[in-house]
Design a protein around this ligand. Structure first.
Ligand code: NAD
Ligand code: TYD
Length: 336
């Protein structure tokens, strides 16, 4: 399969490229990425010389770039990861969130429609279901109730993508995954931030009471789920992809402290995130039944692998933490 994949210089997209090229000798991947603060070509160093891989720097909201690329490459499918992906940033600066997540997705859908593309996988999130009281879990028919500019933009782009199936019969599939973790994740999200701070002996900022619950999915399991949807999913359908691992934040952070050999005293309670969703929970039964996919990684093993990766890649962390990240860290945490 020849794929145009957007946002591969980020965390999940880069894992998708590395694992797909490794598992499928016949695949070819063209990576369209703008290289925002979250885009880092170092994440793709292992495939940079692979003749089956091509990088194109460009904005998914730029119709001329997207149309030219589809005309040139004539891909079998688009897998669309590119997004502004962080809730806290979306609260501080919503404009790029809407430019990329909504206008960018719209631009890709329009180009895909014009090119009569055979498949379009839109990568989304369980955050579109909003906060869910225990013991309930969202299946794919659960109502959308987004709380942050980020989750609202993802919910809007999910609906837009599905409307292209209903209206234009563009073969769109939507995936909604839970919180990912693993190597190469930008240290603004909970797990990589806490690991990198713990390794440096810095404070670990806990929003509010730390009892918010997330379901944790190892990034390679997410990528396998996306490939299952790409290859076996039904057009026009939504597929949840979860890790079967619901934990309160405090428990996750305690396990990180244990894995890094640091004391619990590094945890510091800070002012809560505005509009903070209390609990995300989803079921991936549909994907499991239709494709046989299931998450393979045990959380403690995945966390140990991730801690080892951050320990072994301190220079990667230092490089991404310089410049723009410093400014974000100051704004986000100084105000808490
Ligand atoms: P990330 O922030 O690590 O990477 C995003 C990538 O998109 C970067 O390489 C960036 O340069 C690129 N990008 C941003 N704006 C662009 C634009 N206008 N044009 C082209 N490229 C652009 O994100 P991630 O964590 O890898 O998430 C990837 C996707 O998965 C997103 O759509 C996100 O909503 C979704 N998702 C993420 C998680 C998670 O836990 N991280 C969970 C579920 C779903
Ligand atoms: P995050 O990784 O930003 O993912 P999301 O908000 O998209 O689920 O945050 C995961 C949880 O961790 C969320 O409940 C917010 C919390 N959190 C903290 O307590 N401290 C932090 O510094 C960060 C970044 C997140």
């Amino acid at each position: 399969m020849k794929l145009v994949v957007t946002g591969c210089a980020g965390f999940i997209g880069s894992a998708f490229v590395r694992t797909t090229l490794e598992l499928n000798a016949a695949s070819r991947i063209v990576n369209l990425d703008k290289l925002t603060y979250a885009g880092n070509l170092e994440n793709l160093a292992s495939v940079a010389q692979d003749p089956r891989y091509r990088f194109v720097q460009g904005d998914i909201a730029d119709a001329a770039v997207v149309e030219a690329l589809l005309a040139e490459e004539k891909p079998d499918a688009i897998v669309h990861f590119a997004a502004e992906s962080h809730v806290d940033r979306s609260i501080h600066a919503p404009t790029p969130v809407f430019e990329t997540n909504l206008r960018g997705t719209f631009t890709l859908l329009e180009a895909a429609r014009a090119a009569k593309l055979a498949r379009f996988v839109h990568v989304s999130t369980d955050e579109v279901y909003g906060s869910i009281d225990a013991p309930h879990e969202a299946d794919e028919s659960y109502p959308l109730k987004a709380s942050s500019p980020y989750s609202a933009s993802k919910a809007g782009s999910d609906l837009l993508a599905l409307s292209y199936f209903t209206t234009y019969k563009l073969p769109v599939l939507v995936t909604r995954a839970s919180n990912n973790y693993g190597p190469f994740q930008f240290p603004e999200k909970l797990i990589p931030l806490m690991i990198s701070n713990a390794l440096d002996g810095r404070d670990l900022p806990i929003y509010g009471d730390g009892q918010q619950v997330r379901d944790w999915l190892y990034v390679d399991d997410h990528c396998a789920g996306i490939r299952a949807v790409l290859n076996q999913g039904q057009a026009g359908e939504v597929y949840n992809i979860g890790g079967n691992c619901s934990l309160p934040n405090l428990e996750v952070v305690r396990r990180i402290l244990k894995a890094t050999g640091q004391p619990d005293s590094l945890m510091k309670t800070v002012t809560d995130r505005p509009g903070h969703d209390r609990r995300y929970a989803l079921t991936s039964e549909k994907l499991e039944k239709e494709t046989g996919w299931s998450p393979q990684m045990d959380f403690d093993r995945g966390l140990a692998l991730t801690v080892d990766w951050y320990r072994d890649n301190r220079e990667w962390v230092e490089r991404v933490r310089s410049g723009e990240y410093r400014r974000f860290y100051d704004v986000n945490y100084a105000q808490r």
